[in-house]
Design a protein around this ligand. Sequence first.
Ligand code: TYM
Length: 336
Amino acid sequence: MCEKNSQQAPKKVLSCIQPSGMLTLGNYLGALKNWVAMQDEFDCTFAVADLHAITVRQEPAKLRQQIYSTYALLLALGIDHEKNTLFIQSHVPEHANLSWLLSCNTQFGEMSRMTQFKDKSAKNPSNVNVGLFSYPVLMAADILLYKPDLVPVGHDQKQHLEIARDIAIRFNNLYGDVFTVPEPYIPKVGARVMSLQDPSKKMSKSDDNLNSWVAILDSKDDIIRKFKRAVTDSDATIRMSEDKPGISNLITIYSAVTGKSSQEVEKEFEGKGYGEFKLAVGETVADTLAPIKKKYDEIITDKKALEQLYREGAQKAERVAKKTYFKAMKKVGFVL
Ligand code: TYM
């Protein structure tokens, strides 16, 4: 790996997150924790993917609040807006523009195979809009504009990343070298944080059962209560096993937060009961998230300061995005 201060240019990293109101422990362990860790080593660009949010119906005032809130939360997590580029996707029109060029080079059949589209359209049959269908093309544009080497995401985004790679390769083959073909960067532990109420499903804030997911901004009491209620099994040993998905999920969460291996966690809780283990996981998660919440509460009150940061972020992002976009336009044959 090449470091930020070494002779070679550092590798580039790009990732985005939807402004879905309450970001979850899954977002944190699967992606955001890595974003924070990567900023010292890489040249990072991070965005609030607000255009993606309207693939499901949104209330305008709430959406606006969620965009602010997500941007503030990224700052509270410790993403340095000076060292990195941190912006709001819709402020850089090249994302939507490039997405059109890429759409015309993406097949209907490819998009039809996307599991997230199938899941989301099955869940919400009254609003299977074209945006929901072509969402991965916009995501490919988000990525390819910044020519990243690595894209840190959780496991659920792997298929979207593969299609972004396929689109980049196809475009380059047709028109010449424009895009870098990025690699996914998926953490070994924490890439699939599961629901606390149904460990066969991923932890998601769209789950109606509020006990199934932990928000980064939840209070300590709420976090501990949710972990105490987490679904486990009738056995009593704290051990990673396919037939113990609830306990395995809690071990994974504890490992991801503490950095201990699953064997170390099993050893630490050998002979101890589920109650004690759940409480330990809850307390550790709550203690990890508490300083983030404290910082967030400070940042969110100053909308003027936030505005200055996201405007600066958009300017930085646009300089890079424009270059790639115009190169792609030129290669396709448009008159510039
Ligand atoms: P989003 O907003 O749903 O999630 C943001 C990040 O959090 C990860 N994640 C999880 N990781 C582990 N366990 C979970 N339960 C869990 N839930 C969410 C996601 O994998 C993701 O990394 N399409 C993207 C946003 C996006 C994007 C991009 C990402 C738009 N453009 C370009 C990378 C590059 C999404 O909806 O993520």
